[in-house]
Design a protein around this ligand. Sequence first.
Ligand SMILES: *Cc1c(COP(=O)(O)O)cnc(C)c1O
Length: 355
Amino acid sequence: MDIRIELAETLKDKPADESKLGFGHYFTDHMFVMNYDTGEGWHDARIVPYQNISLSPAAMCLHYGQEVFEGLKAYRTAEGKIQLFRPEENFKRLNQSNKRMIIPEINEDDCLEALMKLLEIEKDWVPHTDGAALYIRPFIFATDPYVGVRPADHYMFMIILSPSGAYYSTGLNPVKIYVENNYVRAVRGGTGFVKTAANYAISLAGQDEAHKQNYEQVLWLDGVERKYIEEVGSMNIFFVIDGEVITPELTGSVLPGITRKSAIEVCRSKGYKVTERRITIQEVAQAYDDGKLNEVFGTGTAAVISPVGHLKWGEKIMEINDNKIGTVSQMLYDTMTGIQWGKIEDEFGWIKEVK
Ligand SMILES: *Cc1c(COP(=O)(O)O)cnc(C)c1O
């Protein structure tokens, strides 16, 4: 793919104190952009200075939400190498999201190449502090100036980069979550498996309520029977019950997380029994009562592993593993972050280095 490159004349000052980066506040000097027009396909790939974009107030993405996105990170190793974790999986998933949202598919190899090129230019923006990384946000949205419901004819694909600190300010400390009984996040046949803005918009009310009640995240149940566990906040969820690692199977309403997939592979490689199946909140509560609920944790690119220490279901409160990080969670955290930051050998072949 031909990529036109226009470099910024002046570069921004990088945030001096990496411990105050937070998540998603700063953006680098450049971004990748390309356009789609029906008849022409994807074209005009370019890396240009990071800047505002101009859109018609009637741009379709603003009215009917035809949008998809991805999220991954670039990590700096102690030797100064910059590397990505399974990036081809993100572009593959972006195309699965595209299909569901009737957005024209992208060429996965070309987009990965564009990202590599952008990272080559923005290398210096990858944070040096342990736990901090450069968050990568590819996204596509409909731009036709038309207020009507139909798939668009014009789209923009962009990649922006944001140096970010550790996702949770509390670090690896276990989070407090409760079972959401009022709102649902997704139903089968809907868009639960798709990374699209709407899924996040509809999750905000539950999240807001949780925060008011001093909880960090909500545990989502299935939208039909409201008993099967699906996800925690915007992470996949795992349970360790009597030594067995269990995670909800991908039935269409659960997002197929790359961290989820990797955690399953890591656990299996270490000899754990891992089962993907439907699991009810009732079963989890029963395991807790029987003293068999060893661990609960969420998985996602932002936090990697997020242990759950306190789980509330109605009036029932479950304190898991004495509110401390468990053996499996710790092992997964150490293995995955070890591979990502180049501290341990990548025996799975998941790392792609930025030259
Ligand atoms: C992105 C996302 C995840 C985690 O996916 P990863 O590929 O592991 O980052 C989980 N749930 C939802 C709803 C998501 O949007």
